[in-house]
Design a protein around this ligand. Structure first.
Ligand code: PA5
Length: 448
């Protein structure tokens, strides 16, 4: 099972200080379990590893059909409606499993991205899974409209619609209406599960299954982690200890958490973590700012800052214990590059020593750090880790006195964008904003 190494949060957070957080962290977790906390309508994620079981066979069946038929599968969604799936797919998809290719859309509004994607889709057999809990989010809605056009041109309306799956609210929203109107195959997102906590619903599970990953193992890992977490006291509970320790680090001025890995396939795990913690905790003018680095790559860029910049950082490493040892550094009889001290060593050993060296150097430089360790990078342990982070984030939010399950701040940009684009109902905002976006209202420095 996954574990948490707290060695290098010393001396910033001592074992005694952490132990003193036991009652607060345990009480926050109990409040989640008894649904007695802010955002208590959004706690369905806690039981998902069990409650989703009834849908698993259906999801696997749909995924098998897509894998048999399509060269490309497009996942259309943004934020919590795509990051969980992408995180697991990038981490675990076997390199030999190339069909269907999974492409993503609706997570940006870039015209050049869309143009390229649509031109690829024109040439290949594809299906689409459009995912949106609200069913009204602009980015996926616009891209879905564009992709539907390609589908209809290519396959005709009736055939095209058979290649669409809608994953959305069970009862309401524009996407639900579209699904009903066009008779689309659809999956529900439970009312009590928010976007960034939805990886264990069809939102995450269908794309993950389409990528050929064992969703039952993913859920088993989450289920076992949940069972352990429920019955383990604070003193030996890594999830509660992590939430409590990062809270103490924050109180001591460590305002930025850098999620760091030494395996490039974990890049999207960091993206998922940034969203989970950033959107859950960043409100009311407080909370840790989540950032991410991919090492050793970023040791040659951000590494300088982490080692010697502002001392407001702490780091959370995600490490994998058992990795491929089969690739070794070759011997060179000439030793022209001076690397024979590495000859015969597995490349992963070099990588591991880079990690060991880094965490010690960063701790010595004033950056306390944790390591979450997975025995192996597989569906079971990743499922456990994702579930552990969900609990830790919720507990951390409650310790911080905020509601971890809403995201009121994301509305501000939408309101301005709608006003500027002339959406009916935004006329007042539009007139105010127009002045601020005209050339005369701007302060621009340019060469004469
Ligand atoms: O966590 C969240 O709630 C958000 O990140 C949403 O997932 C994101 O905004 C997309 O929303 P929707 O699924 O309604 O399109």
């Amino acid at each position: 099972m996954i574990n948490l190494d707290l060695t290098y949060i010393e001396p910033t957070v001592s074992a005694l200080e952490l132990a003193a957080m036991s009652a607060k962290a345990t009480s926050a977790y109990k409040r989640l379990q008894s649904k007695d906390c802010p955002g208590s309508d959004f706690l369905g994620w806690m039981d998902l590893p069990e409650t989703i079981q009834s849908l698993v066979a259906d999801i696997k069946h749909t995924a098998a059909e897509i894998r048999r038929r399509d060269a490309v599968h497009v996942v259309v969604g943004i934020g919590g409606s795509y990051l969980g799936a992408r995180c697991v797919i990038e981490a675990l998809r076997p390199p030999t499993d190339a069909k269907p290719e999974i492409l993503y859309a609706g997570h940006n509004l870039s015209a050049s991205y869309a143009e390229h994607l649509l031109s690829v889709l024109e040439k290949r057999d594809f299906s689409v899974n459009v995912i949106s809990k609200s069913g009204t989010t602009t980015e996926p809605a616009v891209l879905f409209r564009m992709i539907r056009n390609v589908l209809e041109k290519k396959y005709g309306e009736a055939e095209g619609l058979k290649r669409v799956i809608a994953t959305t609210d069970e009862h309401k929203g524009t996407l639900r209406d579209l699904a009903t109107k066009f008779g689309l195959k659809s999956y529900p997102i439970p009312d009590d599960v928010g976007g960034r906590y939805s990886v264990f619903t069809a939102v995450g599970l269908l794309p993950i299954a389409v990528a050929g990953i064992d969703i039952e193992q993913l859920l088993a890992g989450a289920r076992d982690l949940r069972a352990k977490c429920v019955k383990t006291p604070f003193e030996t509970n890594p999830v509660l200890q992590y939430a409590a320790a990062r809270h103490l680090l924050y109180q001591k001025g460590k305002q930025i958490e850098v999620f760091a890995n030494f395996q490039p396939q974990l890049h999207y795990l960091s993206e998922w973590l940034k969203q989970l913690f950033g959107e859950s905790e960043g409100k009311e003018g407080k909370s840790v700012f989540p950032a991410a680095c991919d090492y050793t790559t970023d040791l040659h860029s951000m590494g300088q800052y982490v080692q010697e910049g502002l001392r407001t950082l702490f780091e959370t490493f995600i490490a994998v214990e058992k990795t491929s040892e089969s690739i070794t550094v070759p011997t060179d009889p000439q030793n022209a590059d001076g690397l024979n001290f590495l000859a015969g060593k597995p490349l992963e050993e070099v990588n591991r020593m880079a990690y060991e060296g880094t965490r010690i150097a960063h701790a010595d430089g004033g950056v306390p750090n944790f390591t979450w360790r997975m025995p192996e990078l597989n569906a079971y342990h990743l499922g456990g880790l994702l579930y552990a982070f969900e609990v830790a984030c919720a507990v951390s939010g409650l310790l911080n006195g905020i509601n971890p399950f809403n995201q009121p701040g994301v509305e501000a940009y939408k309101k301005n964008m709608f006003a500027l684009l002339g959406k009916p109902g935004f006329e007042t905002e539009a007139s105010q904003l127009t002045q601020r976006t005209t050339a005369s209202g701007r302060r621009v420095s340019c060469f004469s």
